[in-house]
Write a protein that binds this ligand. Structure first.
Ligand code: UDP
Length: 328
């Protein structure tokens, strides 16, 4: 239990899938999270009742500053963004408006209150279709959609703020995040759900066991796209390491994945193994904007942050399945 003197960390977007896991990982590490979330895609009941919670729109000027002052915040972990690729293509302004204005407000509040540590949630989408895999952090940034572009712009704003105001930022570029807290009390809950692992688990839970694969004519061994999956709890562990790294007063950029690629069909095989259910896969056309192959080089996160994932794909599916079965 907190004695009230622990370090206070502001978790922006702490009621979402990854943010709510982060809150639990911070508590386990003896830190005190304070959550701000507009609940546009997050859930109030994902945040433990004892954690200070504020429902607010981060585009409102002054919101961050007030919280930083009230709670004597010493560092920020920033998840609050719109993240749906398809939606960003249809409504780019929603992405630029929400993601960029919130980030500007964050930087302004940190500058005004002399807070200089932020861990920022970015994405492999900033690389677009990478020229070679595994992808290293110095690969060309060529996002293919407004979501990826908004994240790239936020990265650049934070970096400029570093040069101008001394803000220190660790940018974490996530590959495919999956799995759930092992107890099954929180997990992935997007409406609509578009991601591979929750979608295939839902198809089993809904008893039709039919699943759509988006394209099997890619230049990969079985023709389906390859992705690099990382367990959400491992991912949050990397954020803790990033907070510690920032104490050395240096910024950095790190890819977070497992360093291993799995095709869509390999994921389906693993789901069948873990759940014991058979899945009928229909092959549809390719989904617009899907890169063929995304696998992270995690050498830098290993060497510099001392981080390495502990959970494998089966663990991700097992914990996600437990969560899925807890959902109504
Ligand atoms: N995918 C699929 N069927 C689905 C959802 C996803 O075949 O119902 C494929 C998708 O085309 C991609 C991979 O699974 O090749 C991972 O997609 P996801 O949306 O989970 O993550 P992304 O890599 O797009 O962020």
């Amino acid at each position: 239990m907190s004695d009230g003197n622990n370090e206070k960390i502001l978790v922006a977007g702490g009621a979402g899938y990854i943010g709510s896991h982060m809150v639990r990982v911070l508590i386990e590490a003896g830190l005190d999270p304070v959550v701000i979330d507009n609940l546009s895609t997050g859930y109030r009941d994902f945040v433990p009742g004892k954690v200070p919670f504020y429902e607010a729109d981060l585009r409102e000027p002054g919101v961050f500053s007030e919280l930083i002052k009230t709670h004597h915040i010493s560092g920020v972990i920033y998840f609050a963004s719109h993240i749906e690729v398809g939606e960003s293509v249809i409504d780019p302004l929603k992405y630029y408006d929400n993601n960029l204005i919130s980030c500007i407000n964050l930087i302004r509040a940190m500058k005004e209150n002399s807070i200089d540590r932020v861990v920022f949630s970015s994405t492999a989408a900033v690389y677009g279709d990478p020229e070679c895999v595994p992808v290293k952090e110095d690969a060309v940034l060529a996002p293919k959609n407004p979501y990826g572009r908004s994240k790239m712009m936020m990265e650049k704003m934070l970096s400029d703020a570093g040069t101008a105001y001394g803000l220190k930022c660790v940018i974490l570029r996530y590959f495919n995040v999956a799995g759930a807290f092992p107890g099954g009390e929180i997990g992935e809950k997007h409406v609509p759900e578009t991601h591979l692992i929750p979608n295939v688990l839902k198809s089993i839970k809904n008893d039709n066991c039919e699943f759509n694969i988006f394209g099997d004519d890619y230049s990969t061994p079985d023709g389906t796209c390859i992705r690099d999956y990382v367990h959400v709890v491992d991912l949050c562990g990397a954020h803790l390491k990033a907070l510690r790294y920032l104490e050395g007063n240096i910024s950095g950029i790190f890819n977070l994945g497992s360093g291993k690629g799995f095709s869509v069909r390999e994921v389906l095989e693993t789901v069948m193994k873990v759940t014991g259910q058979k899945i009928e896969a229909n092959v549809l056309d390719r989904r617009d904007g899907d890169p063929e192959r995304l696998v992270a080089s995690i050498a830098k996160a290993k060497d510099v942050l001392g981080w390495e994932p502990e959970y494998g794909l089966e663990d991700m599916i097992r914990t996600a399945w437990k969560w899925e079965n807890n959902l109504c």
